[in-house]
Design a protein around this ligand. Structure first.
Ligand SMILES: Nc1nc2c(ncn2[C@@H]2O[C@H](COP(=O)(O)OP(=O)(O)OP(=O)(O)O)[C@@H](O)[C@H]2O)c(=O)[nH]1
Ligand code: SF4
Ligand SMILES: [Mg+2]
Length: 429
């Protein structure tokens, strides 16, 4: 795992993981790419009258007035044909599982079967969606009226547009804003409700070879900002200055938050009574479901050599020489298990449909994706009874201090203990 860096150079750029993700779905030639251009008032997506122009999900980060920083995901048409076509359709539908908002682009002349299926899917999966009737210029008044009526019977109020002439776009923007306000959960803060005015929070940030030159990584910057916003005091140290920093304070800090990689040393140096957490644990709490991730970590103690484990890195960052996901975690796990595991590394946003071959899934922090994306993965793993945890929770456990690191999250701690007992009972059989 290597979280994206931030600093002076990137001050004006909102990281992807903090942007609203808006996906466009529909048949080939429906006008999905044209609509992205119309909404952004730019030519950022390729438009052509050849069906199947967009073949893979394409992400475009941009500003969408008045929402602010967003990522548009242009997708391949859901009516694509042939073997390759059905693979594309499968990828498109997987994107539908994690966007914050879906724009279902339909034909104003009348809804086709694929379009009705898409609307059915967003209804069933409770995906916040706007149904867009595009190409109103080509529809007769009665065709258009019938399409509007049909969408209403499905429980949605459609927005009619002509993407190529950029008509109806302001109304569409308004509909997106309303939907976001009504149905999209705002991002949770990294520190949740842990910081109070007047508190002192100690941040431990190791500066090793993996640390970006001259900058701090995103979760560290986010944490500092949240402490300041809460009118609390923030002390930032490397692990070698931790004991000194605690001793210098008249009052003990409210808690210590550290990079997972030095959590064992931090837990050892921090007097009992001062809670310790990690950036990754807080990331799991705000970005997915820490309780489930803690439950998943219990499986680590029951893995056997040769067991299949899937490691998921949600972005294709350039792997470091001693990369956490690809090198350190497999090495630490092998040491713990007493032999090599059968590890598969999955990079990017695709996630296998069948997870049952795996004994455990280790997910990175997912800093570049939406909370919904992480929750969708977790829900899929839960449905298939496959334990899933995240790198940081796993590292704390592999370093023998997970219980200490979960002190601030009693529900997650209880879930970890309960799952541990359950797996132990199964293991004895
Ligand atoms: N008349 C009319 N043509 C439109 C409208 N919107 C898009 N088009 C045209 O429809 C064709 C397909 O548009 P695209 O935006 O490429 O459609 P797409 O859904 O991205 O298509 P694929 O990438 O092939 O799935 C282009 O020739 C556009 O100019 C519209 O509102 N009215
Ligand atoms: S998405 Fe995952 S692998 Fe990529 S930088 Fe963030 S935590 Fe690391
Ligand atoms: Mg397209």
């Amino acid at each position: 795992m290597s979280a994206p860096v931030t600093g002076i150079a990137s001050r004006t750029q909102t990281p992807k993981g903090l942007r609203l993700h808006i996906g466009l779905f529909g048949r080939r030639n429906a006008g999905k790419s044209s609509l992205i251009n119309a909404l952004t008032n730019q030519r950022i997506a390729i438009v052509s009258d050849i069906p199947g122009t967009t073949t893979d999900p394409v992400e475009k980060a941009c500003e969408l007035a008045p929402i602010g920083p967003v990522v548009f995901i242009d997708t391949a048409g859901v009516d694509d044909v042939g073997e390759l076509g059905s693979l594309r359709t499968e990828r498109t539908l997987s994107v539908l599982g994690w966007v914050d908002v879906a724009l279902i682009v339909c034909d104003a002349k009348g809804l086709q079967a694929d379009e009705l299926e898409l609307i059915d899917t967003v209804s069933k999966t409770a995906t916040p969606a706007v149904i867009v009737l595009n190409k109103v210029d080509l529809a007769s008044a009665s065709e258009h009226a019938a399409a509007v009526e049909k969408v209403r019977t499905l429980g949605f109020e459609p927005v009619s547009v002509c993407a190529s002439r950029r008509e109806g776009i302001d109304e569409l923007r308004k509909a997106i804003v309303n939907l976001v306000q009504k149905s999209v959960e705002p991002d949770l803060p990294l520190m949740g409700s842990l910081v109070h005015p007047g508190d002192t929070v100690l941040l431990v940030t190791p500066i090793d070879t993996g640390a970006p030159k001259g900058r701090l990584i995103l979760p560290q910057v986010q944490a500092i900002r949240e402490v300041l916003d809460a009118d609390a005091k923030c002390i930032v140290v490397r692990e070698n200055r931790l004991a000194e920093a605690i001793a210098n304070e008249k009052e003990p800090p409210a808690f210590v938050i550290t990079d997972s990689q030095v959590v064992e040393s931090v837990a050892r140096q921090t007097p009992p009574g001062i809670p310790v957490t990690t950036f990754s644990i807080q990331m799991a709490a705000c970005k997915s479901n820490l309780t489930e991730m803690a439950r998943g970590a219990a499986m680590i103690d029951f893995l056997k050599p040769g067991d299949k484990v899937m490691i998921c890195e949600t972005c294709s960052h350039h792997p470091q020489p001693d990369d956490i996901g690809r090198k350190k975690l497999p090495r630490w796990l092998a040491r713990k298990v007493g032999g090599e595991l059968d590890i598969t590394v999955v990079v990017g946003k695709d996630f296998p449909v069948d997870l049952t071959p795996y004994k455990l899934i280790l997910q990175c922090g997912g800093c570049v994706v939406t909370r919904r994306h992480m929750l969708t993965r977790l829900a899929q793993a839960c449905r298939q009874n496959v334990p899933m945890t995240n790198y940081g929770v796993a590292i704390s456990h592999l370093q023998g201090v997970l219980e200490r690191a979960l002190e601030l999250h009693p529900e997650a701690l209880a879930a970890f203990r309960e799952a541990h007992k359950k797996y132990a009972r199964k293991d004895r059989r």
